[in-house]
Ligand binder design. Structure first.
Ligand SMILES: [Zn+2]
Length: 324
């Protein structure tokens, strides 16, 4: 009898990207031409709203027009806010609206699991790879520390630009230790050693990260100016959004990321992660965000515009799409 093929765990290193996975959008040997792979990546932190549906609809249309595959990924890493009942509602609401995915948490697929909380081994492997390669350093600054250290915090930024407090400490210690860059955790001061650090990506200051957005055209963000050293592993021992997203998009062979324009600024950081991890990056297509009658972006708190509420009031998906 042969051994079962599934030897999970053990000493085998976790492959972040398996051999059969295509992550080259331009098509490598294993990649059939036009193998478009898109994804919907909702978080079950509340009910999906009309604005999500519009962005997701764009993603579905682009996948269909390309004759490609659409993946549904459940981004449930926020343990405080994600709830199982929202996952159930999310699947129902998406189906009702007319979404049709070919891989997902409810139907499986070649890159299962499609629920982020079940993919921690992949994120840890990527984190260890980045740490071993010297891209990361531990940081014990609180959000308050970061805001205090900034002369003029950028209003509306998703993450304040990190002033580099822990970067300096660590790089001096690295210099003392020579080029070898020993595991930074051993180099922390006695105080910080007892705190659980988060881990930041050391961005290449001054480097322009450019990409051609499929909807918004050419984009350029300067590392250290438009965004700073960002957290890839949180002090509550979870991967940050940026890392989980990049690992999953690479491992699932996503060729184009269609999402809301609120994530445009994340793209430069994610491109640095794709590069550092040795993955080819997907293409990006950022959709304009829907706003309410006051110009305020639609959010999950706009309950009246949740798909569920609209559904209960007798709206049909066709009517709702006609309103876009
Ligand atoms: Zn710090």
């Amino acid at each position: 009898m042969s051994a079962p093929p599934s030897a999970r765990g053990g000493d085998t290193p976790v492959p972040v990207v398996g051999p059969s996975i295509c992550f080259n959008p331009s098509g490598g040997q294993e990649c059939p031409p036009h193998a478009y792979r898109g994804r919907l990546a909702p978080s079950p932190t509340g009910h999906l709203h009309f604005g999500h549906a519009r962005t997701f609809w764009s993603a579905q249309l682009r996948a269909r027009e390309a004759g490609g595959t659409l993946i549904l990924r459940n981004e449930d890493l926020d343990r405080q806010r994600c709830k199982p009942e929202f996952v159930t509602a999310m699947l129902e609401d998406l189906r009702w609206f007319g979404f049709d995915w070919q891989e997902g948490p409810d139907i499986g697929g070649p890159h299962a699991p499609y629920t982020q909380s079940e993919r921690m081994r992949l994120y840890r492997a990527a984190f260890e790879q980045l740490r071993a390669a010297g891209f990361l350093y531990p940081c014990t600054c609180s959000r308050q520390d970061v805001l205090r250290a900034l002369q003029a915090p950028h209003q509306g930024e998703d993450e304040p630009i990190y002033p580099g407090t822990c970067r300096k400490v660590t790089s001096e210690e690295w210099q003392v230790a020579g080029d070898a860059r020993p595991a930074p955790a051993e180099n922390l001061s006695p105080v910080t050693r007892h705190l659980s650090p988060s881990w930041r990506f050391h961005v290449p200051d001054g480097r322009a990260i450019t990409f051609n957005d499929g909807h918004l055209g050419p984009q350029s963000f300067t590392a250290g100016k438009d965004f700073g050293d960002f957290i890839v592993w949180r002090n509550d021992d979870l991967p940050a959004y940026q890392l989980a997203c990049v690992v999953d998009d690479a491992a699932m062979g996503v060729t184009e990321v269609v999402r809301g324009a609120d994530l445009l600024a994340s793209t430069a950081r994610q491109l640095l992660l794709f590069e550092a991890l040795g993955f080819a990056a997907p293409a990006f297509f950022h959709c304009p965000l829907m706003t309410d009658e006051h110009g305020v972006r639609l959010a999950k708190r706009h309950d009246a515009l949740s798909l569920r509420t609209l559904w209960e009031r007798g709206a049909t998906p066709a009517e709702l799409r006609a309103a876009w």
